[in-house]
Design a protein around this ligand. Sequence first.
Ligand SMILES: Cc1ncc(COP(=O)(O)O)c(C=O)c1O
Length: 387
Amino acid sequence: MNLNPLLVGTAAPPIPAVRAWSARYRGREPLIDLSQAVPGYPPPPELLAHIAAAGGSLDAAAYGAITGDATLRSRYAEEVSELYGGSVSLDEIAITAGCNQAFVVTAMTLATAGDTVILPLPWYFNHKMILDTLGVEAVALPCRAEAGFIPSVEAAATLIGPRTRAIVLVSPNNPTGAIYPPATIAAFAELCADRGIALVIDETYRDFNAADRRPHDLIAETDWQETLVQLYSFSKAYCIPGHRVGAILAGQRFIAELTKVLDCVQICPPRAPQTALTWAIGALSGWRGENRRTIAARAQSFRSVVSSIAGWSVASIGAYFAYVRHPFPGRPAAAVAEWLAAERGVVSLPASYFGPRQEDFLRLAYANVDVAAINALPERLAVGASG
Ligand SMILES: Cc1ncc(COP(=O)(O)O)c(C=O)c1O
């Protein structure tokens, strides 16, 4: 049978490849897995109990509303209204089966084959993969290490053409960890509003911003409904990636069209975790704050430990991820990551998975591990004879 050539042409999922390298590790010390972004602590037992109780109900076994249960939408609308200092209504929220799905349905709502979407480079690989598959050209907006991997709005302006439909920002960023200043986000929003295109912001890691401040002022200060599409994930902040819940915040015209796509791809998001999250948003805000502080402490340890290892340097670190320059210039990032996983038992992602010209870097999800594991890195990363 013939398969969709656009899908065949896009990259394969990176995580399984990296796991295969680490399966070859024979060292005595335990594996340190800094590859996938999964918090290294469990969800609180009360959250699991709420999910279990809801999962055992007849209601959760039935289809629910296409854009998610009104109770969760309204609770989440309250939370974002408070966080961003604006007034968001439940009609401006759609709940999805995870934030990856939120991006897929957003892309389908905004663009058609032949259109273009601007992605800062390095990009989140799943964004690129789905744009490829939809026949939407991902136009790279290269970010510079010297600029802290913050994209330039002036450079973005030069990339907008007649078929550009959106600029996509990820802040805090995957893979670099960079947290974009509110002024940068405001400048991107202004550019997008002027040019009549969407600003899509994936804020999956916003709960891990050590500064614990409003991520941007778009909702408080602008008529955002015709420009902004904001994506969120409940996977990381609540440690429930397997339950698949994400959210989209956008104007009602966007949500109305999006609902058609959601009806086709999900019919409704998973019911039991929606019920549990309606409770958890308020009940676990203190717990989320503690995690933010724990992960901020890990970032500090990571920066000082890795900066002290000869040859290695931290090019960028913010919430959750560090983008690290490896000590083998000229060697492909995948070869370095393979050596590190198979020989040294430290699992990372080669930055080449996040776009072209990233061979000098590895992405390390330091948030996955505790300070003891971070303190073990100098021995594991030391460049000796086997390097
Ligand atoms: C930027 C970004 N968006 C979305 C996701 C996926 O989140 P979810 O589990 O909600 O689909 C991830 C997960 O790694 C991510 O890094």
